[in-house]
Design a protein around this ligand. Structure first.
Ligand SMILES: Nc1ncnc2c1ncn2[C@@H]1O[C@H](COP(=O)(O)OP(=O)(O)OP(=O)(O)O)[C@@H](O)[C@H]1O
Length: 291
């Protein structure tokens, strides 16, 4: 388990990460969300000891990352996909990494296939696209098949197919009992990948919870063949009904089953019935504006 406790970073008297605490559980993909400059990268760098914390701590199974005998075998990280030698081939880069963490060269070929770079493995990294560099970085993180994956903005440069591939990879890792933390400032990219959201704004955690809870709205949206008659029946049953565009009725404080029951009792024909979902963007701006 990853435990982050009171992590704080100051640069020249300015606090850019402010008392950040959370735990990461096995079997879960956690999305670390926040706008540019919110402190995601700095937090992740402190977790691996790349940046010293001003105060607070981060541990992996009770030990600091830097104190682990073979950190790469415990936590695979993607923190700076650009930090590779452009003159090396993808395969040479991964072989160097593999030997540093005690992984056999045969595993290099496995991860190259896994990330879809088998055909490009003999080419120099300098000629790779941004998305290919991301895939190479992900390959490096996967080399030792570590239980924990921590990826900073992994979707950068990936096309829609690449984003779907990464989603399957990370969900699959968690389904096998792995722990995943990925950061993003693009909410749509992670909405369907993560189980849990950790939202950061101006260095502080502003929300932490299951996606369904944080995005769950208040009420039900319903469309009916005769919206006026249904609205009257719902109001008679004590519900507050708002009339929206396209004859959509929003019933605050209700569950779909409540509205279904009123509709059935009155013989109203429904065209659509669903819980109101708060957009991730709405949630995000509301939370970070308040921080
Ligand atoms: N070495 C540094 N010296 C001074 N300030 C820094 C340094 N590194 C980061 N910062 C500042 O810390 C703040 C948080 O930066 P950080 O890169 O952690 O944000 P982020 O959430 O990862 O943003 P992005 O989505 O743009 O990657 C920013 O205001 C940044 O300017």
């Amino acid at each position: 388990m990853i435990t982050v406790s009171g992590l704080t970073k100051q640069y020249g008297g300015r606090t850019v990460v402010d008392d950040v605490s959370f735990t990461l559980e096995p079997g879960t993909v956690t999305g670390f969300l926040g706008p540019n400059g919110a402190g995601k990268t700095t937090t992740m760098r402190m977790m691996t000891g790349l940046v010293p914390a001003t105060s607070g701590s981060a541990t992996v199974d009770g030990r600091r990352y830097a104190d682990l005998p073979n950190p790469g075998a415990v936590m695979g990280t993607l923190l700076d996909a650009a930090a590779v030698h452009p003159g090396r081939t993808g395969r040479a880069h991964l072989r160097l990494l593999a030997s540093a963490i005690g992984v056999p060269a045969t595993r290099v070929e496995e991860v190259l296939s896994l990330v879809g770079l088998a055909d490009a493995a003999g080419r120099r990294i300098g000629g790779y696209s941004l998305g290919m560099r991301q895939r190479l970085g992900i390959a490096g993180a996967l080399l030792a098949d570590p239980p924990v994956l921590m990826f900073d903005e992994p979707a950068n440069g990936l096309d829609p197919e690449g984003i779907r591939w990464m989603r399957d990879l990370l969900r699959g890792h968690a389904a096998r009992g792995g722990t995943v933390l990925l950061s993003s400032h693009l909410l749509g990219e992670v909405e369907h990948t993560v189980h849990r959201l950790l939202v950061i704004g101006q260095g502080r955690i502003v929300a932490d919870g299951p996606v369904s809870t944080l995005l769950g709205g208040d009420g039900v949206a319903v469309r009916a063949v005769d919206p006026r008659a249904l609205a009257a029946a719902l109001e008679a049953a004590g519900f507050h009904v708002q009339h929206g565009d396209d004859d959509v009725l929003t019933v605050t404080g209700a569950q779909p089953a409540d509205v279904g029951a009123v509709a059935a009792a009155g013989g109203h024909v429904l065209l659509d019935l669903r819980p109101v979902q708060r957009g991730l963007e709405d949630l995000f701006f509301q939370l970070t504006a308040a921080s």
